[in-house]
Design a binder for this molecule. Structure first.
Ligand code: GLA
Length: 388
């Protein structure tokens, strides 16, 4: 943080101390592509994330600088005239959040100077964008003493992504990052937004993220295509079932009514969404009973379903997960949107080093790519940091 404050003073001069903020990244343990289907997810916040230093201005300008993209310099925008601009790159996220706050009637009476620094691996699917959105939300709340609750900040951050940036994501990432709690994962019902914290105190296992280091090309368009297919399946099922979302459908109801879904591909997508939702609830029950093996098996099933029915894995994610299975992981699956990005595995603690080495080797042989491994530390949600 000291380095960030120093950069802040270098970029914006020394009139008054900036205040320090942080928002984490997230990893989802199970419940993939269920959020926009009204199902359950089970993510946790990470200890890595986005730091920000922020100070009010006298005028209406937002001036934003990222230490991760120094070549882009200070990006400037007027809070009365915020528009998505390609060349503003990452700065469209904070701009979008300010726009949603003012649109919703929260008074942002002046501009802000902001410096960001993130230590989430870039493009890894660990939600660096939602992290920037939430840190900006906390900055606005604190600098302007806004009376806004956490869930509302989460919703506005998601809207920034949907309406301003134009990515049609669900609510999982923003919720995990806004509401996360150290050493806990969060079981969220994405239809009602009811949620419950579950302690993750693995004594003899660790959680390991492995990054495929495969760029997620075309991910957004394929993501949107999956959403459309699920909506189609929902409409077909609504002919006989009284349901609001695929999250309302039981496995048995799906089996009895699946013939109603016209398009065979849409039928497969719906099957994943419905079974994955049930799997997530079941997995959290297992965890609560201390049955880590049972939880791990459901993670493996989740991956197979994402591979075969939802078709969002691809060669790299499959290679990493298969290597993890061969090397004795308790459970392993892709995490996040898919098409590249990361996997999450539960591994016996004493096995961690051997696991990384062997899985890394096998992955390299299969794909010619080097994987990166990170041991998960579960941190708190977005917050203002204590001033030094
Ligand atoms: C991305 C989206 C989330 C969620 C996941 C898939 O991370 O941002 O809303 O849909 O993909 O589970």
């Amino acid at each position: 943080m000291k380095e960030i404050i120093r950069t802040f003073k270098e970029q914006f001069g020394g009139n008054g101390e900036p205040q320090p903020f942080f928002a984490p990244g997230r990893v989802n343990l199970i419940g993939e592509h269920t959020d926009y289907n009204g199902g359950h997810v089970f993510p946790c916040a990470l200890s890595v994330g986005t730091y920000a230093a922020a100070r009010k201005r006298e005028d209406q300008k937002l001036r934003m600088y990222s230490m991760n993209f120094p070549e882009l310099g200070i990006i400037e925008a007027d809070i009365d005239d915020l528009k998505y601009e390609d060349q503003d790159d990452w700065a469209n996220y904070p701009k979008g959040v300010v726009e949603m706050f003012t649109k919703e009637g929260y008074d942002v009476p002046s501009g802000v100077d902001l410096v960001f620094y993130g230590n989430i691996p870039n493009g890894a699917g660990l939600s660096s964008s939602a992290s920037i959105e939430l840190v900006t939300s906390v900055v606005l709340k604190e600098l302007f003493s806004l009376s806004i609750d956490r869930v509302e900040m989460v919703r506005l951050s998601q809207r920034a992504e949907n309406e301003f940036v134009g990515v049609n994501c669900g609510i999982m990432d923003q919720f995990a990052i806004g509401m996360g709690k150290k050493d806990h994962a969060l079981l969220l019902d994405c239809q009602t937004l009811d949620y419950r914290y579950t302690p993750i105190n693995l004594d003899s296992e660790t959680l390991i993220i492995a990054n495929t280091n495969k760029r997620r090309g075309l991910a957004d368009s394929k993501y949107n295509e999956r959403r459309v297919q699920c909506e189609e399946a929902l409409k077909d099922l609504q002919q006989t079932l009284d349901i609001q979302s695929l999250g309302d459908v039981s496995k048995q109801e799906f089996e009895e009514n699946k013939h109603l879904i016209q398009d065979p591909e849409a039928r497969k997508r719906a099957k994943h969404a419905i079974f994955e939702n049930c799997r997530t609830i079941e997995a959290v029950e297992k965890l609560n009973q201390g049955d880590i093996e049972g939880f791990g098996k459901l993670m493996n099933e989740s991956h197979r379903s994402l591979r075969d029915d939802y078709e969002v894995t691809g060669k790299e994610l499959d290679a990493l997960v298969e290597a993890a299975w061969e090397e004795g992981a308790v459970g392993s699956r892709m995490t996040g949107a898919g098409f590249g990005g990361c996997t999450i595995s539960i591994v016996k603690r004493e096995d961690t080093d051997r696991f990384k080495e062997k899985v890394g080797e096998k992955y390299y042989q299969e794909t010619g790519l080097e994987a990166d491994f990170y041991v998960v530390e579960i941190g708190d949600g977005a917050k203002k940091l204590e001033e030094e």
